[in-house]
Ligand binder design. Structure first.
Ligand code: PLP
Ligand code: COI
Length: 350
């Protein structure tokens, strides 16, 4: 399928929010009896699904999220896509689904980029191209068994900032009486069921004035877990950098990258451990939520037990550490600085 390397769509890139905009093409492949079909680029955004599909009834579905950025020289860059593929394979294994082979995953992601070049936000626009690969149990199955057929699809949408406050603005999170994960459950995997279970938490958190929910560990309800769509990072007094350790949080690609930057470039000592927010509140200088959609959003306030805790000295403005990390991360993602880590992946455009 040839796509003319024509002009960009007439979009006000700077005013995009994080929502779905229909692009021209998507990619799909199916797996029957463990054998993957050849994937193909398709036009329709509508999928036909058997009414007995386990994805619909039993939540046999997992997904990924990654962004493509346009560099100054026009290259299209992905950020550590192999980690998204690896995580999707782990999610698939957990839900007894066939793994999407690395070559097929990358073929799908790159095909969607090449087919939709006109939709990819230009350099400097502040927007990015969000790719959503997903894998679902799509064949018929009434009993509680894994599906016999699976569909892997990748679609994409140009997007702006995830949180309503927009860009590098302060956000707030609220702990409420709804858990996202169970101690030996599926919290560490990027599966659909974790997110449908969290919709209510997000709604309640937002009704309390927060951007989204903050979860505590489901066993003791004491240690920080993660936000509804992002991991948590903290800069502590004494040049320490901390992030929660728990089997039930998503292993965020962004968080793992930021931790490396904090350690290698800013000289922090990194602690990955259980974090008791209330007990350690006085030690916290800055706090952030990080993820592909959230990028790095500094946290100004946290609601726990009906009390709003202000974070650090200035809960109204991004602090210097989060700002520095944000700049270092996004400069890497946009190819604005050398990449000593080998994290950026240049998409083959021909
Ligand atoms: N935690 C949750 C629950 C998420 O949905 C996401 C988003 O993908 C993240 C954390 C951040 O992960 P990543 O940095 O890999 O996008
Ligand atoms: C992402 O950051 O890619 C996510 O998947 C979060 C999602 C809830 C929008």
């Amino acid at each position: 399928m040839n796509h003319p390397m024509g002009p960009k769509k007439n979009i006000d890139w700077g005013s995009l929010s994080f929502s779905y905009l229909k692009t021209d093409y998507r990619f799909e492949a199916t797996c029957v009896d463990g054998v993957w079909s050849k994937g193909q680029v398709v036009e329709s955004e509508v999928m036909t699904l058997h009414e007995g599909a386990p994805a619909l009834h039993y939540g046999q579905s997992c997904f990924e999220g990654l962004k493509a950025q346009t560099a100054k020289d026009g290259r299209i860059l992905l950020f550590r896509p192999e980690l998204n593929n690896q995580r999707m394979q782990e999610s698939a294994e957990r839900l007894l689904m066939p793994k999407v082979p690395t070559e097929l995953f990358m073929e799908g992601v790159e095909a969607v980029i090449r087919a939709n070049l006109a939709w990819i936000p230009p350099y400097g626009s502040g927007a990015s191209f969000y790719l959503r690969p997903f894998l679902i149990g799509s064949g018929e199955n009434l009993g509680l068994r894994p599906a016999k057929e699976y569909t892997f699809r990748v679609f994409a949408s140009p997007v702006g900032p995830y949180y309503k406050s927009g860009g590098l603005k302060m956000i707030s999170l609220a702990v409420i009486d709804v858990d996202r994960a169970a101690p030996l459950g599926t919290g560490g995997y990027k599966i659909g069921a974790n997110y449908s279970g969290g919709l209510m938490a997000t709604k309640i958190a937002q009704s309390l004035g927060a951007n989204e929910a903050l979860y505590l560990d489901p066993k003791e309800r004491r240690y920080l877990e993660e936000a509804g769509s992002a991991n948590i990072i903290l800069a502590l007094k004494g040049k320490r950098f901390a992030t929660p350790k728990s089997p039930s949080i998503l292993p965020s690609v962004t968080r793992r990258s930021i931790v490396t930057l904090a350690e290698k470039e800013l000289g922090f000592s990194v602690e990955e451990r259980p974090i008791d927010f209330i007990a350690e509140h006085g030690e916290i200088e800055e706090m952030g939520a990080c993820g592909t959609a959230a990028v790095l959003s500094p946290i100004g306030k946290v609601l726990i037990n009906d009390h709003w805790y202000k974070v650090g000295q200035d809960s109204e403005h991004p602090g210097p550490i989060m700002l520095d990390l944000y700049n270092r991360l996004t400069a890497l993602q946009r190819g604005e600085r050398p990449d000593p880590y080998g994290w950026t992946y240049e998409v083959k455009l021909t």
